[in-house]
Design a protein around this ligand. Sequence first.
Ligand code: IPM
Ligand code: MN
Length: 355
Amino acid sequence: MNPSKSYKIAVVPGDGTGPEVVAEGLKVLKAVGASQKIKYEFVHYDLGGERYKKTGEILPDSVLEELKNFDAIYLGAIGHPDVKPGILEKGILLKMRFELDQYINLRPVKLYPNVPCPLKDKGPQDIDFVVVRENTEGLYTGGGGFLKKGTPDEVAIQESINTRKGVERCLRYAYQYTAKRNKANKLTLCGKTNVLTYAFDLWERTFNELAGEYPTIKTDYVNVDATCMWMVKNPEWFDVIVTDNMFGDIITDLGAMIQGGMGIAAGGNINPEGVSMFEPIGGSAPKYTGKNVINPLAAICAGGMMLETLGEDKAAARVEAAVIKLLESGKLKSLDAGKMGMSTSEIGDWLADKV
Ligand code: IPM
Ligand code: MN
């Protein structure tokens, strides 16, 4: 917590419905700020598809340097229908994660009351775990290349880079997070030790070595395929799951679905020693742009995660409590865009009034 209680937040609304959900998130952040005496200085950045189309700029180095001076970054969505997939995702989202060394991707998977869940006979008491995804290494480093591209003898190599330092800092964060969360005090390593015998050998050895330093945490190991199976069949078995970048990307989309969908799933890209970035994990949903029908709850929950990471636990708890109250009220007919029975801005207004 910052003693002056004023935070410098960079706001990157981004593409598609990003600006609409960010507007509601800011509304709620300002309202809880007023009630909890937290001040912010918001600085908006127009990174995204439109700026790229107009100027050719993706994420200029000067902007990246400026971003290093903020307490946090609040992001809407990146991805534009007129821009080839990959350019903005890699050039903005992944570049920020890498350059700001946001080595943790934190994704809570929590089913709130009254939220439809696709799993039969599972309720909020069963679905409440957190995925700690490594966020700067693995298959995402871009290592590899082509040989004889475009010929019948073509070879494509995509390397997974796992460093002892990168693996260890991620595992340490996961152990400490599990202890702080203090729910079941159980940390599950999700890997593939039966096939990926180098990468996950390093992960498993480091995981087991560190276990001795965190005697209050129970440890468990599950292969990634089985993790998918248990997330559907027995999600109540999980407390905190730690995994590499690629597996984490995949299992957290599954996680988002069992907690009610992209409308509610939030994530944090965290550098515990630096500048972290918070985002709704869904995309820019171009077809819903400007219609006031997109669900802002994921962005609002991402704002709550931002407050928690800044040390404003009380304000974060108020945001979550308001979201739960809205869900319990039955006012929302669905969490899916266009079927909510409330508009994007009505949801923001309702929550701003309650926090
Ligand atoms: C995510 C997204 C990104 C990822 C994409 C947009 C590059 O899917 O945040 O999970 O793969 O990490
Ligand atoms: Mn993803």
